[in-house]
Design a binder for this molecule. Structure first.
Ligand SMILES: [Zn+2]
Length: 251
């Protein structure tokens, strides 16, 4: 007997959770901000993170800065929503994006995660159980900083991508240079050195070299290339949004 729905909630709690979300959004009623993902307005975005970041989380769909930037890039600069059928892999799917991808992409959209049972397939990104050239597009955000052999994961993404396809592979850039030490496994020490107890490194801008070493051509796209300063403020694209690493596999 199934007691919980696909999101892991008791079905009887769904109306209650919706009511709580609605109540929590009341203080944010206003028009100063617009989320490009759910297209709803608010007075401002919620504070979020540790330490707290201002203008971070959409009160309606829960998106953070990096999700809104990725959505803006995908919508405005890629072929993902051009109506043609394409196979798309979304690793560690974020709830604010997953439903919208699924609605537009239908059966050609696949979600994958190592630990989360809500994903459609279980996947270790360093040992992907799909043939070469399986996917037209891959989206994987804030995963590789958790992966010990990130170079193997990048090589796997390159392997399963079709020639002419693209991957958006995002990580937090929090250092002048990438720092890692596989001997550090203590969560408290990882938190101190890498910023989170389950991170295995801090990436620097040299992250792009790892992607190129895996065989990708990489274009780095900044917020200013996608939105004016006023639009960036309105959409909550603060510096915490980071930048887009748009990786292509030449045909
Ligand atoms: Zn939103």
């Amino acid at each position: 007997m199934r007691l919980v729905d696909a999101a892991g909630h008791l079905p009887t709690l769904k109306p209650l959770l919706a009511a709580v979300r609605w109540l929590r959004a009341i203080p944010y009623i206003g028009s100063g901000r617009v989320c490009p993902i759910c297209e709803r307005s608010s007075r401002k975005f919620r504070r979020y993170g540790e330490p707290r970041r201002h203008d971070a989380q959409c009160a309606h769909c829960g998106s953070l800065e990096r999700h809104r930037l990725a959505w803006l890039f995908i919508r405005n600069r890629t072929d993902l929503f051009d109506g043609s059928t394409k196979s798309v892999l979304h690793v560690a799917p974020e709830s604010c994006l997953e439903g919208r991808f699924r609605k537009r992409l239908g059966t050609s959209y696949l979600t994958a995660d190592l630990l989360d049972d809500r994903a459609m397939v279980k996947m270790d990104v360093t040992n992907i159980n799909f043939p070469d050239r399986s996917f037209d597009s891959i989206y994987c955000s804030h995963v590789l900083e958790h992966v010990s052999d990130d170079r193997k994961a990048m090589a796997e993404f390159h392997r399963i991508l079709k020639e002419g396809g693209w991957a958006i592979l995002l990580v937090p850039i929090t250092s002048h240079k990438t720092i890692e030490d596989p001997s550090i496994t203590d969560p408290a020490e990882r938190l101190r050195l890498f910023g989170q107890k389950d991170h295995v490194r801090r990436y620097g801008p040299d992250y792009v070299e790892r992607l190129r070493d895996a065989g990708f051509e990489v274009e780095i796209v900044m917020v200013g290339e996608l939105a004016s300063a006023d639009q960036a403020t309105q959409m909550g694209l603060t510096p915490a949004a980071g930048e887009i690493y748009y990786c292509t596999k030449p045909a």
